[in-house]
Design a protein around this ligand. Structure first.
Ligand SMILES: Nc1ncnc2c1ncn2[C@@H]1O[C@H](COP(=O)(O)OP(=O)(O)OP(=O)(O)O)[C@@H](O)[C@H]1O
Ligand SMILES: [Mg+2]
Length: 359
C-alpha cells in the first residue's frame, strides 16, 4: 500500500496540514525551521510508529497540545491509516479502524530514511549497516523474519550456555544456528549482489553528467558474512570454540555480518569526503529500495532529508537526472528549489511543495 494523502494535526510546528503526495518524487523546500524535517518525520512515524530523529515521540506533539494525529489515505485501496500519540499513553495505530501492531504497520507501509544521522552509511558501526540490510529483508520476506528470529533465539541460548562455560550445552544450538544462519547469509548475499547491479546502473547515469562520478564505479562492495566463508558456518563454529568459551559468547556468525565498501583497497569511510560519502549512501539506499520492489513486490517510500547539504552544485546537478529513473515514492527536502529549470517532468511524477506556503 502507499499513501496518497497525509493529514497532520498538532504535529511539531503544524496545527493542521494536509498534503497530497505524488506516487513518485516529492520535494519539500523552504527556509530553516519551516517544517521540512517535520513533514518527512510525520511520514516516517506513519509508516513505522517511530521517529528517525528521536526516541521521545512525546516531543513530536505540538507545544501546548495533548496529542498529535496523523491520518494517511491510500486512494488506490481506499485504506485509511490513523496514528495518534497522546501524552503519557502508548502510540495508537489503526488501519481501517482496526488496531495494528508496529510490525504489521511496517509491512503495510514500508519506508526507509536517509537523514542527518544516516548520511554517512559507511561511518556508522557495522551494526547500523546490518540493521539497514536486515530491516529491508525483514519487511520484504516473512520467511526471512522467521529465520532471523530463529537464529537470534538460538544465539541467545548458545551465549547463555557459553557464559556458564557449558560447551556441550552451547553446541546443542549449533544445528539451529547453522540452519537459520545459512538462510540469512544466502538472502543477504543475494541482496548485496543484486543491489550492486542497480547501484552501478545509477553510477553510469551519473558518469554521463560528470566524470567526477567515476569514483563511484570503482568501489568494491561485498558482504562480509561474519564467519569464515571458506570453512562454512559449521566449521567456523568448531574453529572458534575455544575463543567463544574464553569470551563467553559466540564470536563468529551472521550476527557479525557487515557490508564492506572499499575504494583502491581502502575503506571508503577512511578515504571518501563527506559529500562523496553522502552521495554513496543515497545511491546505495535508492538501489536497495528498487531491489525490494523488483524482487519482493514491495513499494517502499524513501525519505531523504536535506538533499543538498554536503553536496556541491556540480555533484547535486549530476544527481538530478537520476530522479527521473526512480519509480518508487521518493520524498525529499531541500532548503532551496534547485530543480526549476533543470528537470523536465510531468506534474504527476514530480511534485514540489514550498513549505512556507503550506504553514
Ligand atoms: N513539539 C513542537 N511544537 C512546536 N514546534 C516545534 C516542536 N518541535 C519542533 N518544533 C519547531 O518546528 C519547526 C520546524 O522544524 P523542522 O526541523 O521541521 O524545520 P526544517 O524546515 O527541517 O529546518 P532546517 O532547514 O533547519 O532543517 C522548528 O522551528 C522547531 O523549533
Ligand atoms: Mg530539517
Amino acid at each position: 500500500m502507499a499513501f496518497s494523502r497525509i493529514e497532520l494535526r498538532n504535529f511539531r510546528c503544524f496545527d493542521a496540514l494536509n498534503i497530497d503526495i505524488s506516487s513518485k518524487s516529492n520535494l519539500f523546500y523552504g527556509k530553516n525551521g519551516c517544517g521540512k524535517t517535520s513533514i518527512l518525520e510525520s511520514i516516517y512515524v506513519a509508516s513505522c510508529g517511530r521517529s528517525f530523529r528521536t526516541s521521545n515521540l512525546e516531543s513530536l506533539i505540538k507545544n501546548g497540545s495533548n496529542s498529535f494525529k496523523i491520518k494517511a489515505y491510500d486512494d488506490s485501496t481506499g485504506s485509511i491509516l490513523e496514528v495518534i500519540k497522546t501524552k503519557l499513553k502508548a502510540i495508537n495505530i489503526k488501519i481501517n479502524d482496526s488496531v495494528v501492531t508496529t510490525s504489521e504497520l511496517v509491512r503495510t507501509f514500508p519506508s526507509f530514511s536517509i537523514d542527518s544521522k544516516t548520511f554517512f552509511y559507511n561511518d556508522n558501526a557495522p551494526q547500523y549497516r546490518r540493521k539497514q540490510l536486515d530491516r529491508g529483508l525483514f519487511i520484504a520476506s516473512t520467511d526471512y523474519a522467521k529465520d532471523w528470529f530463529g537464529y537470534f533465539r538460538g544465539l541467545k541460548q548458545r551465549n547463555a550456555a557459553l557464559k556458564i562455560r557449558d560447551i556441550s550445552q552451547a553446541k546443542a544450538y549449533d544445528e539451529t544456528l547453522i540452519n537459520y544462519g545459512t538462510k540469512l547469509n544466502y538472502l543477504r548475499n543475494n541482496l548485496v549482489f543484486e543491489v550492486k547491479k542497480i547501484y552501478l546502473d545509477f553510477v553510469k547515469i551519473l558518469e554521463q553528467q560528470n566524470k567526477r562520478a567515476k569514483l563511484f564505479s570503482g568501489i568494491d562492495i561485498r558482504l562480509k558474512s561474519g564467519f569464515n566463508d571458506e570453512l562454512g558456518l559449521k566449521d567456523s563454529f568448531i574453529q572458534s570454540e575455544s575463543v567463544d568459551l574464553r569470551r563467553g559468547s559466540t564470536t563468529l556468525g551472521p550476527h557479525k555480518a557487515d557490508i564492506i565498501f572499499e575504494s583502491k583497497g581502502l575503506l571508503v569511510k577512511d578515504t571518501f569526503s563527506r559529500g562523496e560519502q553522502k552521495m554513496l549512501s543515497i545511491l546505495w539506499s535508492l538501489s536497495q529500495n528498487i531491489y525490494l520492489e523488483k524482487y519482493f513486490k514491495l513499494s517502499p517510500i524513501l525519505l531523504l532529508d536535506d538533499l543538498s547539504s554536503e553536496l556541491d552544485a556540480e555533484m547535486l546537478n549530476c544527481f538530478l537526472p537520476i530522479i527521473k529513473y526512480i519509480d518508487n515514492r521518493f520524498i525529499f527536502s531541500n532548503i532551496i528549489d534547485s530543480f526549476n529549470s533543470k528537470i523536465d517532468f510531468s506534474e504527476q511524477s514530480f511534485k514540489k511543495f514550498h513549505v512556507e506556503q503550506l504553514t
